[in-house]
Design a protein around this ligand. Structure first.
Ligand SMILES: [Zn+2]
Length: 492
């Protein structure tokens, strides 16, 4: 789609290029005081029958349009997915991200290249049209070299206010409490207006990161003083969900259930998001003294998400087994031993959270038919996912059959096959969300006191839940409220 088709006739505006489904493929463009800022360039997934489709933001990477600043707040696919290509196509732009996001981002991009490559090969062999390339090795190379080639890689919380191209601007970056190295963004423009972009945000603590409501006064300084209006852009993933149970209680119940499974000689399988949730679960389980197995992509992340010394200590004490390693044959043998019970009862943490890709379906095919075992979900349950189907089936009756897609055969002969599995184990869901619930989101809005509140990264119910809570709050002077949906410009 050419830029002409959607570029609004406004001087100052915000335009959400992605988020076709509300959540997924976030790409927020802000044009203000003659600067063009793009925050995130993610990808989303949707299903068309059996075929999975990648959604990327509209605008064909805004080729031919000058971009002044690109910000990547964290490494989740819906934020980073199309970012390497976007950065590569905009050498004129300043690029800012945290040190941890740069490190984790490289792993995510390399994994996404591998998956994409596999998908393209599959399509080629089946004579189907090739899926679009989202990231190339050249893109990844440019991303890798950012620290040496003009990118701004932030360590800790920082203000960048002495940049020659940004005279009269203040740009602040502070941890957002959502994920390792994730950032919220504070922008003061030459006209005196303030922009607060929360990104994905959490005020409650997780094992791997401390929650952040707002930065302290020392960081904020005089940001909120002076004339000009305050524009706040917040996510609302959980905008309609109040916190009914504190995270520590959720964790305690999860550990208690897992210990019961271990005591009866079973294995607890945790299908988890590779980024963030695997590490949080591993930390909780190892701390509780439960023998924990980690497999899949999260094995590459774990030493960035959890202090390496702690990981090494768990491994040394025999509390943690990290399966994925450079020797594939060895890893495969280890996997077989674990599901055979050679290591005894344990918890297995692996991706994917939806049981559609990665190692979770394979482990599931070996474990779910045994009533001694348990399947424990800890993330958002996506409608239409295999995981959600297993969970809802289990609410009705035990022993329903599900088809899991796993790799069978080895080496060149390996192929994906759907195997039927009779689900006879217990199935649980503990919501260990890394996004603020409604109360946290509302409290942050109370503290920021925006004149204009822009809500994005949510479904309709999340937006309405948050909007109604803000309007109902006696402590908040109701601001102008807009919802940033796909390609709907909002004047700033
Ligand atoms: Zn996120």
């Amino acid at each position: 789609m050419s830029r002409r088709r959607f570029w609004p006739r406004m001087k100052n505006f915000l335009l959400q290029l992605g988020e076709q489904d509300g959540i997924g493929a976030t790409a927020t463009m802000i044009v203000k005081d003659k600067k063009r800022i793009v925050i995130e360039h993610g990808i989303g997934f949707s299903k068309n029958g059996e075929i999975k489709i990648n959604n990327r933001p509209a605008g064909d990477y805004l080729v031919g349009t000058r971009i002044d600043l690109i910000i990547l707040t964290h490494r989740h696919y819906d934020h980073i997915g199309a970012m390497a290509r976007f950065i590569a196509l905009h050498p004129e732009a300043e690029v800012v991200m945290s040190y941890e996001v740069h490190q984790l981002g490289i792993i995510v991009l390399e994994d996404s290249y591998k998956i994409q490559h596999g998908e393209r090969r599959k399509a080629e062999m089946a004579g189907l049209p090739l899926p679009e390339e989202i990231v190339s090795l050249e893109d990844i190379d440019i991303f890798k070299k950012l620290p040496n080639e003009g990118g701004t890689i932030i360590k800790g919380n920082a203000w960048l206010d002495s940049h020659p191209k940004w005279i009269g601007w203040k740009l602040g970056f502070h941890h957002s409490g959502h994920d390792t190295g994730s950032l919220m963004v504070f922008i003061k423009t030459p006209s005196g207006d303030r922009i607060v972009y929360t990104s994905d945000v959490a005020s409650h603590d997780q094992k791997i990161v401390k929650g952040v409501m707002m930065p302290d006064q020392e960081f904020i300084g005089d940001f909120f003083t002076g004339d000009g209006k305050t524009i706040m852009i917040t996510e609302a993933t959980n905008g309609n969900r109040p916190m009914v149970e504190i995270p520590e209680r959720v964790e305690a119940r999860m550990i208690a259930v897992t210990k019961t499974v271990i005591q009866r000689g079973g294995i607890a399988l945790y299908p988890s998001f590779a980024g963030n949730r695997c590490a949080n679960n591993v930390w909780s389980l190892c701390e509780a003294g439960i023998l924990t197995v980690l497999d899949g992509l999260a094995c590459d992340f774990v030493r960035i998400e959890i202090p390496g010394t702690l990981v090494d200590q768990w491994v040394k004490e025999g509390k943690l087994i990290i399966v994925k390693g450079p020797d594939r044959k060895l890893s495969r043998e280890l996997r077989e031993k674990i599901v055979r019970g050679d290591f005894g009862p344990c918890a297995i943490v692996t991706s994917s959270a939806t049981m559609e890709k990665g190692h979770a379906p394979w482990y599931g095919s070996k474990l779910l038919d045994n009533p001694l075992n348990a399947l424990i979900f800890t993330g958002h349950m996506f409608e239409d996912s295999i995981g959600e189907q297993i969970r809802t089936d289990a609410l009705v009756e035990r022993g329903r059959t599900i088809k899991l897609e796993i790799f069978v055969g080895q080496g060149r002969d390996s192929r994906l096959e759907k195997v039927p599995v009779n689900v006879r184990c217990d199935v649980y869901h503990f919501d260990r969300t890394s996004h603020d619930k409604q109360g946290g989101l509302v409290e942050r809005i109370r503290l920021v006191r925006p004149d204009h509140l822009i809500v994005h990264h949510c479904k309709k119910d999340g937006y309405e839940g948050l909007m109604n809570a803000v309007i109902a709050s006696p402590h908040i002077k109701t601001p102008r409220i807009s919802r940033a949906t796909h390609l709907t410009p909002i004047e700033l």
